[in-house]
Ligand binder design. Structure first.
Ligand code: GAP
Length: 446
């Protein structure tokens, strides 16, 4: 299958089944902003829940935080984003389009007469590259003047740094310890695209681990290993995951060392998570800009220092997209194409479909009772319309791992069939054991 064809099919499935819709679609859409439908919101929630479990609930050295999106504007001066979170851009004076200066579609040198606009084709209309800040600005309070400018955060990390002492003191943690946060971030990306891969509004799952200087390299390696294991446990194909180490020229302004976890998307190997050794850059800068001491007193060692930070930063939307891409497959079954989203059962938005084989003979009543019973523990979907094969196919496309069918035998001996999405094999079990069966298959602790 051609690469773009796979993405096109996935985008179409996402709309058809209610995973992802274009934002403001009835108005023609808003560039690179997407909405999550009923199944998409469950999928992304499963990603976030699993991350939160691994980071906060399963460990006693990481605390959770939910800092506000709007922060004091000085935060972004201290963080280096006002000065450095920029892309060089060129404008076309003719058609008013804007491009990254390194856009491969531009022929010639921007600012020179030979440069040609990739949209309107005019020669000599492109300006010299100018730095363009990727942060969204808005205004706080009633007066739209520069004194009231605030930014939509471009990363969640800064909310953690400015709260590090609050969390440390209130939770009575000691270094080494971490703070984890999930939340929205905004970037006015100039070359967004590839569906929800690069968007202007997205969700980050970030954890900042505060360590004693000198122990950072060791923690960095530990976190690299733990984070790769986490992606493997989501059920992603191990052969499609790899490390990419940032060379010196690629390193962000804050990073001493950085590795990306990359996935092999149809559009190439791309980052889904970054692990960064940020040294004392962030806390030193906030100490300098705020005038507040952000040192830690290490009682055991009787020394004071600004902790170093090891950061793990993943995109919830990117991880959800990775699951969709990795799970998508087409198979020929009895002369028809079966589309399956082979999601790990723990990640599937709907855990079980419940189907009465026919709409008579008491089957809908039993199926409805079972459905309401199962819903107390699992996300389920009730479907009594159309041939049973069609109903199975709809659930296959939604990634639902199990299909429970109430048939003639249920009436006579209180058993049901449970169909496995991947093998399409069915097994019979007692109606009274269905909840226990699903519970066994859906262990959330791994
Ligand atoms: N605090 C560090 C930081 O923000 P980053 O590499 O710029 O690092 C971390 O972003 C993660 O956030 C990326 O690995 C990606 O998963 C996600 N991300 C970044 N920009 C994104 C965008 N425009 N759309 C969707 N996800 C994005």
């Amino acid at each position: 299958m051609a690469d773009t064809a796979l993405m096109d099919k996935l985008v179409s499935l996402c709309k058809r089944r209610g995973f992802v819709f274009q934002s403001s679609e009835i108005y023609g859409g808003l560039g690179s902003v997407w909405d999550y439908g009923p199944l998409g919101v469950e999928l992304k929630k499963n990603v976030k829940d699993r991350w939160w479990y691994a980071m906060v609930h399963a460990r006693d050295d990481i605390e959770g935080l939910d800092a506000a999106i709007l922060m004091h504007p000085k935060v972004w001066e201290a963080s280096g984003h006002v000065a450095g979170f920029t892309d060089p851009l060129v404008d076309c004076r003719q058609c008013k389009n804007r491009f990254r200066a390194d856009d491969p579609r531009i022929k010639g040198t921007p600012g020179q007469s030979d440069a040609q606009c990739p949209v309107c084709g005019t020669r000599g209309s492109l300006t010299e590259p100018r730095l363009f800040n990727l942060m969204f600005k808005t205004f706080m309070g009633p007066v739209e003047d520069s004194a009231a400018v605030v930014y939509l955060r471009p990363e969640t990390a800064q909310g953690i740094y400015v709260n590090y002492l609050n969390v440390l003191q209130s939770s009575r943690q000691r270094i080494p310890f971490g703070i984890a946060q999930i939340g929205k971030a905004f970037r006015n990306e100039i070359t967004p695209g590839n569906f929800v891969f690069r968007t202007r509004e997205f969700e980050q799952m970030e954890m900042q681990f505060f360590v004693r200087p000198g122990t950072d390299a060791e923690w960095f390696e530990r976190w690299r290993e733990w984070r790769m294991n986490w992606h493997h446990a989501l059920g992603l194909s191990p052969a499609k995951l790899q490390w990419h180490q940032h060379a010196g020229s690629e390193l962000a302004h804050y990073a001493k060392a950085a590795f990306d976890i990359q996935y092999q998307f149809p559009f190439g190997w791309q980052e889904i998570e970054g692990i960064h050794n940020r040294g004392d850059f962030d806390l030193s800068r906030h100490q300098e800009y705020s005038g507040k001491k952000l040192e830690y007193f290490d009682q055991a060692r009787n020394e004071r220092y600004i902790p170093y930070i090891v950061e793990t930063s993943a995109g919830a939307d990117r991880v959800a997209l990775t699951l969709l891409v990795d799970g998508y497959r087409e198979e020929e079954v009895e002369g028809e194409t079966r589309v399956v989203l082979g999601l790990h059962p723990n990640m599937a938005p709907i855990k079980a479909g419940v189907f009465p084989l026919v709409k008579k003979d008491g089957m809908p009543e039993i199926a409805t009772t079972l459905y309401h019973d199962l819903r107390k523990q699992f996300t389920c979907f009730y479907d009594d319309s159309g041939a049973i094969g069609r109903r199975y196919r709809r659930m296959d496309e939604a990634g639902t791992p199990f299909g429970v069918t109430i048939d003639g035998e249920t009436i006579s001996n209180q058993t049901v069939t449970v169909r496995n999405r991947d093998s399409m094999q069915q097994e019979r079990l007692a109606l009274s054991r269905v909840a226990e069966y699903l519970g066994d298959k859906l262990t959330l602790t791994s």
